[in-house]
Ligand binder design. Sequence first.
Ligand code: 8DG
Ligand code: MG
Ligand code: MG
Length: 144
Amino acid sequence: GSVEAPVPRVGVVVFVLKGKSVLLGRRRATICNSAFALPGGHLEFGESFEACAAREVKEETGLDIDNIEVLKVTNDLFHEGAEPSHYIMILLRAVLANPNQLPENLEPDKCDGWDWYEWDSLPRPLFWPLEKLLQDGFHPFLIV
Ligand code: 8DG
Ligand code: MG
Ligand code: MG
C-alpha cells in the first residue's frame, strides 16, 4: 500500500447529562489508557455532528439521546501513541431520550464500563483533553 501523510481526524464526543451528572467510562486504548473519558468516536464521511454523536453513544452505551447540541470545538495533538495524532474535537451535549434507560458496556475491549458521575466530584484521572477543558473553566451544564 501507499504511505499516506498524516492528516487531522475529526473526533466527536458527548457530554450526556443526567441531573448533575455526566456519563463517563474508563478507556482501554493506546491513547490515554484507563483514564475516564466521554463516549464518542470518529466522524464518518457525510455525517452530521449530531448524527455521529447519537450513533457513537448508541454503539458504545446502548443509550438513546435527545436535545443534541454542539458546545465547543478544540484542536488537540496527541503524542502518546507510536505515531502522533491530531484531532479536531467536536464537543456536544445531550440528555437521555428515556431517563430510565441504563448504560451498557457494548465495547468492552475499549471501555471498562459506563457510569454517572457528579460534575462537582468527577473521578480521576480524566482523559487529558477533558482535564484541560475543566481547568479552562468549561462547564457543559451552564452553556445556554
Ligand atoms: P470509532 O472507531 O468508533 O469511530 O472510534 P472510537 O474507537 O470510538 O474512537 P475514540 O478513541 O473513542 O475517540 C476518538 C478520539 O477522540 C480519541 O482517540 C481522542 C479523541 N478524544 C478526545 N477526548 C475524548 C473523550 O473524552 N472521549 C473519547 N472517546 N475520545 C476523545 O480528545
Ligand atoms: Mg469511542
Ligand atoms: Mg466508537
